[in-house]
Each structure stands twice: as structure tokens, then as C-alpha cells.
Design a protein around this ligand. Structure first.
Ligand code: ZN
Ligand code: ZN
Length: 114
């Protein structure tokens, strides 16, 4: 990570963040509110614990846009691996097994819906 040319784009809209608070959140204030609202309304079928993990991932900057707002790069909980995640698919171990939706996909769905 470069310290001098570091500009952090908003996770949801891609605009460059300027305030320290927004950079810490990974999103602008408006986008953060929209993501929080999307988490409430778009995930009634998901287990609350999974939604919590998804929101934690978003808040910790563990998911970043990879291509537009449809494909995201996510970081494993120990930070050693990255996965490609879309609302419909994820290449993490749980995602490849595919029996249950992984929290990466839930996070991607929330951002895509926000
Ligand atoms: Zn934004
Ligand atoms: Zn996954």
C-alpha cells in the first residue's frame, strides 16, 4: 500500500473519499446509510449471524469492488487469501461447496442492492 498516492474510493459509488471518517468506513456517509438500509431490507432469508459477518466484512474494508458493482474482491478472515465474490457466486471454500450462501456473497448482495 502506498502512503503518498493513497486514495480510497467509496465502496459503493467509487468516488474518492476525503474525510477521515469516510475513509475509515470505506464509504461516504450517504452510501453507508444506503448500505445499512439495504442490509435491513434485502436479506430476510439470510441467517442474522451471516448478515452480521457480512456487515463486519464491509465495515472492515474486507470487500472492495473488483469490476463495477457486480464483482468484488474479498479478504479471508486471517487476511492471507483473497476471493472473487459476486452476489451469485464466490470462490471461497464455502462458496465452491455451494451448499449455503457464504457471507461474502451476502456482503456483495447488500452492496449491489444499496
Ligand atoms: Zn459513495
Ligand atoms: Zn465466499
Amino acid at each position: 500500500m502506498s502512503e503518498t498516492t493513497n486514495s480510497t474510493p467509496c465502496l459503493r459509488c467509487g468516488r474518492t473519499l476525503t474525510s477521515a471518517k469516510s475513509i475509515g468506513d470505506g464509504m461516504g456517509r450517504t452510501c453507508k446509510a444506503k448500505v445499512a438500509a439495504a442490509a435491513q431490507t434485502t436479506t430476510p432469508d439470510y441467517k442474522p449471524a451471516q448478515v452480521d459477518k457480512a456487515m463486519e466484512l464491509i465495515e472492515q474494508g474486507g470487500i472492495v469492488p473488483f469490476r463495477g458493482r457486480r464483482i468484488f474482491r474479498t479478504v479471508s478472515s486471517d487476511g492471507t487469501r483473497t476471493y472473487l465474490t459476486a452476489p451469485q457466486a464466490c470462490n471461497c471454500a464455502a462458496g465452491l461447496r455451494g451448499r449455503h450462501i457464504c457471507f461474502h456473497r451476502i456482503a456483495a448482495s447488500i452492496i449491489a442492492a444499496a
